[in-house]
Design a protein around this ligand. Structure first.
Ligand code: 13P
Ligand code: SF4
Length: 382
């Protein structure tokens, strides 16, 4: 397991890892962490001061009326202090949900663009980002001027940006999407605009995978027109490194394996997988189908989460590909964020207002998609 917590004495106020109260409160987390990393020893757990950090963070959350909302790619240690863990879409929804209504502080255990989503949805709350170095190769691949250029080069075509973008780019979008709703958003926005083209940016692979899904829907008669997807040359530095050869080898070495892949992977990887979906959709697939042996073709921490939730499942990995940006978040900076109430996400009012429009649009389009699906099902049953 990565070394997450420095063992220096800066945080002398933390309890002793061997303190019986700490052990009593956190031993079950040690047992859980061992499911993710069977080589984790008690000595390492204590050297990382995981127990004292968990206790200190829980205490601070109660004192400051704060909640920690985390992404599925969080390291197990960080996930233990999260009040909610989910995909990009669900994190944003959770931050704005009734469950966290009364919280004054939201700590984003994820990368910076996720904190911006939380702030856009909760402008009245203090949103803290434990590390400002937690960027994203996709979010960095597009700037507002790129969106302006798309408007000129593709006039009249809706621009849907992935939620993995910064708030100034979102502010110039017609709608946002995430990997869990991109197909529905593309279908609904082209219907609304009465057009057969859509810009899905900035992830070129997610866009290409969506094109393949939309083409399949058209061929099956689920769409009344073919939708053409235009994209941008961005990519996720983690998912683009997966190779279909790895999947081939996994199938040879483990003939019964079920392979789940994130749609930010290249199309050849998605084609070779058994299921593709957002991180939450992959977790839901495991919950429903309970594969005995599986591979998660995504950021490797999600495999840790699955290993902790389903100890009976055998998780095989060809290679562990970690996101260097997600790895910036650790127990120490979550703790420091709460102690010093740092680093607060501040978004200028005009950008905040403009960025909330495409976020709201995404919600409206999702509602429309679920109404359409419900009436289709009703028609099929009748
Ligand atoms: P989702 O959780 O929406 O699938 O996003 C994956 C991702 O790469 C986030 O950085
Ligand atoms: Fe960005 Fe990819 Fe890391 Fe997600 S996994 S934060 S998309 S670089």
């Amino acid at each position: 397991m990565d070394e997450l917590v420095s063992t220096d004495n800066t945080f002398a106020q933390l309890l002793d890892p061997k303190d019986p109260e700490v052990c009593q409160a956190t031993d079950h987390f040690f047992e859980k962490a061992k499911l993710a990393d069977p080589l984790l020893t008690r000595e390492q757990w204590e050297a990382d001061r995981a127990g004292p950090y968990i206790c200190a963070i829980e205490q601070l959350k109660a004192e400051k009326n704060a909640a920690v909302i985390g992404h599925n790619y969080m390291h197990p240690y960080v996930s233990f202090v999260c009040d909610y863990l989910g995909d990009s879409l669900k994190m944003g929804e959770a931050a704005a949900s009734e469950k966290f209504n009364d919280k004054s502080i939201i700590v984003n255990a994820g990368v910076k663009f996720m904190a911006e989503t939380a702030k856009t949805l909760n402008p009245q709350k203090k949103v803290l980002q434990p590390s400002m170095d937690a960027g994203c190769s996709l979010a960095a691949s597009i700037v507002p001027a790129d969106v302006d250029l798309m408007r000129v080069t593709h006039p009249g075509i809706p621009i849907v940006n992935y939620a993995n973008t910064y708030v100034d780019v979102r502010a110039k979008s017609d709608a946002l999407c995430t990997s869990s709703n991109i197909v529905d958003i593309a279908v609904e926005i082209t219907k609304e605009w009465n057009i057969d083209k859509v810009i899905l940016a900035p992830d070129q692979y997610l866009a290409r995978n969506t094109q393949i899904t939309l083409d399949g829907m058209y061929e099956r008669g689920d769409l009344d027109r073919r939708i053409e997807v235009i994209t941008h040359p961005g990519s996720c530095e983690v998912h683009e490194r997966y190779d279909p050869e790895e999947i081939k080898i996994l199938r040879i070495t483990h003939p019964d394996i079920v392979i789940l892949a994130h749609p930010e992977c290249i199309p050849a990887v998605i084609e070779a997988a058994d299921f593709s979906g957002s991180t939450a959709q992959m977790a839901d697939y495991v919950a429903t189908h309970r594969p005995k042996i599986l591979a998660m073709i995504t950021e490797c921490a999600q495999g840790y989460q699955i290993a902790m939730a389903y100890p009976e499942a055998q998780i095989v990995s060809s290679s562990c590909k970690g996101c260097p940006h997600m790895r910036q978040i650790n127990m120490r900076n979550v703790y420091e964020a709460l102690v010093h109430e740092q680093h607060e996400i501040i978004i200028p009012d005009d950008i905040l207002v403009s960025a909330s429009v495409p976020l709201q649009k995404m919600k409206t389009l999702m509602e429309r998609a679920s109404q359409r699906k419900a009436s289709q099902t009703e028609a099929e049953v009748a």
